[in-house]
Design a protein around this ligand. Structure first.
Ligand code: SAH
Length: 243
């Protein structure tokens, strides 16, 4: 039975007969905004226990309890792909996070590069966008949004992870060298620069990294938000879970 229209991410274990106590905001959303009442069904997921059809057993203005009834889907983890990007204007940064969650990134890492001119990034707000995107797109996993890190530090966290370095200086070179990607399964990170692009120093550093695989995204310079979606598509087609 799939009478449940609303999907909700909860930070709570899910399992047969499990009661889930809602937060104030979730109760307000379900009972105040969406007008659900006792007996209504909702789909719950928490990023690890799959998706569950749950029923409302208590509905208050600021509180509520659901009970898990049946498992509707197993958890599907996205491939081990991080999206590292230099934050841009607020709405475009929100877009990047939303799209990364929809496209199947495992982790989202805002990075501060030399030409990044976005102010402080509100991690919690971006995380909330990732949650909303997962709820909306039928995902059973929410990528973690990391705190903003300086590029050097972010690169130091890569370990053996390979890096798909989207280098605007390669504009016009043959795009999407996907066979080279296919030869290297395993963890990857995509790196997208800011509106101002990468500095020469950063570019030299990135090209010098053994694990970096520099790519062109075609014959036109894309805005960073477009570039993020294009790179995620390219990688997903070669190594991801689209097949
Ligand atoms: N101001 C820069 C462009 C920055 S575009 C210039 O005019 O050169 C923002 C980011 O998107 C870039 O840093 C890069 O990571 C990515 N990007 C955009 N177009 C690209 C392309 N054709 N090839 C590779 N990366 C691209």
């Amino acid at each position: 039975m799939n009478d449940a229209k609303i999907r909700l991410y909860v930070e709570h274990p899910l399992g047969q007969g499990q009661s889930v106590v809602l937060s104030r905001e979730q109760a307000h959303y379900l009972f105040g905004v969406m007008r659900l009442s006792v007996g209504a069904a909702v789909l719950l997921f928490n990023g690890s226990d799959g998706e569950w059809r749950a029923e409302v057993v208590e509905a208050g203005k600021r509180s509520g309890v659901l009970t898990c009834v049946t498992k509707t889907r197993d958890v599907h983890l996205p491939p081990d792909l991080w999206l590292m990007f230099a934050p841009i204007k607020k709405a475009r940064t929100d877009f990047i996070v939303e799209k990364a969650a929809e496209m199947g990134a495992r982790r989202i890492v805002p990075v501060q590069t030399e030409f990044t001119n976005a102010g402080r990034v509100q991690r919690d707000r971006l995380q909330a966008h990732a949650v909303e995107a997962a709820e909306q797109c039928g995902g059973t996993f929410v990528p973690e949004v990391a705190e903003m890190q300086r590029l050097d530090r972010a690169l130091a966290t890569l370990g053996e992870r390979r890096l798909l370095f989207c280098d605007e200086a390669m504009v016009g070179a043959g795009a999407g060298d996907t066979p080279a990607l296919r030869d290297n399964p395993g963890p990857w990170a995509i790196l997208i620069g800011p509106e101002g692009g990468f500095s020469e120093r950063e570019r030299a550093r990135l090209h010098g990294l053994d694990q970096a695989h520099a790519v062109s995204l075609g014959p036109r310079i894309l805005r960073a938000d477009t570039a993020a979606v294009a790179a995620l598509t390219l990688w997903q087609m070669a190594l991801g879970d689209w097949t």
